[in-house]
Design a binder for this molecule. Structure first.
Ligand SMILES: NC(=O)C1=CN([C@@H]2O[C@H](COP(=O)(O)OP(=O)(O)OC[C@H]3O[C@@H](n4cnc5c(N)ncnc54)[C@H](O)[C@@H]3O)[C@@H](O)[C@H]2O)C=CC1
Ligand SMILES: CC(C)CC(=O)C(=O)O
Ligand SMILES: [Mg+2]
Length: 363
């Protein structure tokens, strides 16, 4: 299908391994744009530490305006030790939280899919994880990452810090709906993860999820406390279909789930607003420990490109082709260090990106 209208993607490479993995994802995206005549235009800017260095703030107003104008944002990762000692309000991560919030990207989809070729790279036994395909739906613009916080000095001179975890009914309702809608598209099972035995906000969460469930009688809803969910994810992860949970629980559980797939370098994400506009990024961070070494796994970012083409640009054919190309390079036994096993061919970031491009070109 030929698309004549040009839509914009704002590319924000970020920090650490961000620019390295983005370079590979962009090769794949550019080929997909040509091959499938997608009519997409790339614009570039900075977020996080790179933006602090260039503009003095982690998210410049002009960058935010570009993000609002674009149809989608493609992000590498932000943060790193160089900026860790800055005053908290201008740390790189604040830029990330702000862009998510300002764009209204409350629905974060984090699929944890085990490619069969990586069954032995998972931290769990192959029989426990083979065929794994779960989706974590994480609330992304509320909860403890956005609640009022403060550090104050008590009368005795000791400092006391607090963060708060607020959720309104409407915030819970809209993410619950995303969870149910996703379950309807999959195996119609939704597990809502909370800590309702302790937290007031989780009690409201559970109540609202139950209300929304009435609109989705076909979906089998269950509830699970987050501590048990963390345990069940490594005990028997295939019991889950879709998990819906709050911002911090989803952040933690998705990193845990990533290891079931072999590496956090395999986990893409989509962060969506109510109208399909999205920001796409790997679930991992800027990996300062391996930055600059050319060994980071670019597949999570490449798979995030695929999610972008599927969810924002409604190009399932191009999205599936990228997923197929990733599968093909794994069939060729190419592995970055994080998913490497004896007998496999170890490649760096660039070789992996080039291999995906070659595989996509052949399709
Ligand atoms: N969305 C974002 O931009 C995120 C940013 N961060 C930031 O990233 C920085 C580092 O945070 P960490 O807690 O170390 O988490 P991280 O996800 O950057 O790294 C955790 C571990 O996973 C490895 N890893 C991550 N991505 C990889 C990849 N593509 N290929 C191979 N190995 C990979 C790293 O080498 C490291 O050993 C911090 O400044 C943090 O705030 C953390 C998470 C998300
Ligand atoms: C700044 C953090 C909330 C980023 C993160 O860990 C994530 O979104 O996974
Ligand atoms: Mg995280």
């Amino acid at each position: 299908m030929t698309n004549t209208v040009t839509k914009q993607i704002l590319v924000l490479p970020g920090d650490g391994i961000g620019p390295e993995i983005m370079a590979e994802a962009l090769k794949v995206l550019r080929l997909a744009i040509d091959k499938f005549q997608l009519g997409l235009e790339l614009v570039f800017d900075e977020l996080g530490g790179a933006a602090i260095d260039k503009y003095g703030v982690p998210l410049a107003d002009d960058t935010l305006a570009k993000a609002k104008k674009a149809h989608a944002v493609l992000l590498g990762a932000v943060g790193g030790p160089r900026w860790d000692t800055l005053e908290r309000s201008i740390r790189p991560e604040r830029g990330l939280l702000k862009i998510r919030s300002e764009l209204g990207l409350f629905g974060n989809l984090r699929p944890a899919i085990l490619y069969p070729q990586l069954a032995s790279a998972s931290s769990l036994k192959p029989e426990v994880v083979s065929g794994l395909d779960i989706l974590i739906v994480r609330e992304l613009t509320g909860g403890i990452y956005f609640g009022p916080r403060e550090t104050k000095v008590l009368d005795n001179g000791e400092r006391r810090a607090q963060d708060t975890l607020p959720y309104s009914e409407s915030e819970i309702r809209r993410i619950a709906k995303v969870g149910f809608e996703m379950a309807m598209l999959r195996n119609k099972r939704l597990c809502s993860v909370d800590k309702a035995n302790v937290l007031e906000s989780s009690q409201l969460w559970r109540e609202i999820v139950e209300q929304v469930a009435k609109d989705y009688p076909e979906v089998e809803l269950s509830h699970m406390y987050v501590d048990n969910a963390a345990m069940q994810l490594v005990r028997a992860p295939k019991q889950f279909d879709v998990i819906v949970t709050d911002n911090m629980f989803g952040d933690i559980l998705s990193d845990e789930a990533s290891m079931l797939t072999g590496s956090i370098g395999m986990l893409p994400s989509a962060s969506l607003d109510a109208n399909g506009k999205g920001m796409y990024e790997p679930c991992h961070g800027s990996a300062p420990d391996i930055a600059g070494k050319g060994i980071a796994n670019p597949l999570a970012t490449i798979l995030s490109v695929s999610m972008m083409l599927r969810y924002t640009f409604a190009q399932p054919e191009a999205a599936s082709a990228i997923e197929q190309a990733v599968s093909d390079v794994l069939d060729q036994n190419l592995r970055t260090a994080d998913i490497w096993l004896e007998g496999m061919h170890k490649v760096g970031t660039r070789e992996m990106g080039d291999a995906v491009v070659a595989a996509l070109a052949k399709l």
